[in-house]
Design a protein around this ligand. Structure first.
Ligand code: ATP
Length: 247
């Protein structure tokens, strides 16, 4: 059974068709990477999956439930978490506080937490578990503004994990990173639990081929090809329009 499925998804902005009949299947535990040239419609597709953008037609099913047109908060509560291409952190707070706020948002209100000292302690405990998982425990007390760019991107994943997603959407997790930071991100994604399904947009082919079980290639809003890394590497259409014969 698929975890996430789209059926003939379409989205247009006026005359510009950015998603054309996209039918995509993401299976539990899969590392599924979406690639495609700039403007191919990758981010627009992810925004439709998370409810940030309303699709023009077609359906989105998560665990066989139709989530088409649902609000982003409801989709997040159902188990689809995401990171953003742009930094969405509180720079003057500490790393741990940023995660704790996200844990609290998942678990309940600040007011409730204040009334219940046990739940506050549980929020901190969960925050430190996530920081450990994302290899940021040593930076827990640092202000976010003092973190390196790569560490800030790691923290964004920690915050997404606080929502306890079953499916994690990563939008270009290595964009703007140095080669060393990129390697660290690859290692980090590899250490995430196998039970967590990951759908990722990525441009860096090293990252794509290091992590992907399945690659879907978007081209002008359409699925050009979808398959294993080997199938994609040897796909003539993909080589012509996207990889340029490099892989
Ligand atoms: N809100 C919008 N209104 C009008 N056009 C938009 C809007 N959002 C995106 N587009 C257009 O839709 C097309 C697809 O954009 P999108 O950002 O989804 O592509 P992408 O594959 O993610 O690109 P990149 O790799 O550069 O991030 C582009 O031509 C873009 O200009």
């Amino acid at each position: 059974m698929t975890l996430l499925r789209t059926e003939n998804l379409c989205k247009s902005f006026g005359n510009l068709q950015v998603t054309t009949n996209v039918s995509l299947s993401v299976f539990p535990g899969e590392r599924h990477v979406i690639i495609g040239p700039n403007g191919a419609g990758k981010t627009s597709l992810v925004h439709q999956l998370t409810g940030q953008l309303r699709c023009s037609s077609g359906r989105i099913l998560f665990k066989e439930r139709d989530i088409t047109g649902m609000e982003p908060e409801a989709i997040c509560q159902m188990g689809i978490g995401r990171t953003f291409q742009k930094n969405t952190l509180f720079p003057s707070l500490s790393v741990a506080e940023n995660v704790r706020l996200a844990v609290q948002a998942k678990q309940g209100s600040w007011y409730q937490a204040l009334r219940n000292i046990d739940s506050m302690a549980a929020h901190w405990e969960r925050s430190y578990q996530i920081l450990d998982q994302i290899q940021l425990t040593d930076s827990a007390d640092q202000r976010v503004s003092n973190l390196s760019y790569g560490e800030q991107r790691q923290l964004e994943i920690a915050i997404a994990l606080a929502a306890e997603p079953e499916l994690l959407l990563l939008d270009e997790p290595t964009s703007g990173m140095s080669p060393a930071e990129t390697n660290r991100m690859i290692d980090l994604v590899r250490t995430l639990p196998e039970s967590l399904t990951i759908l990722m947009i990525e441009h860096d082919m090293k990252v794509v081929f290091s992590l992907a079980d399945t690659i879907t290639v978007l081209y002008y809003g359409e699925v050009l090809a979808s398959g294993t890394p080997d199938e994609i590497k040897s796909n003539e259409k993909v080589r012509e329009v996207y990889l340029g014969g490099k892989h």
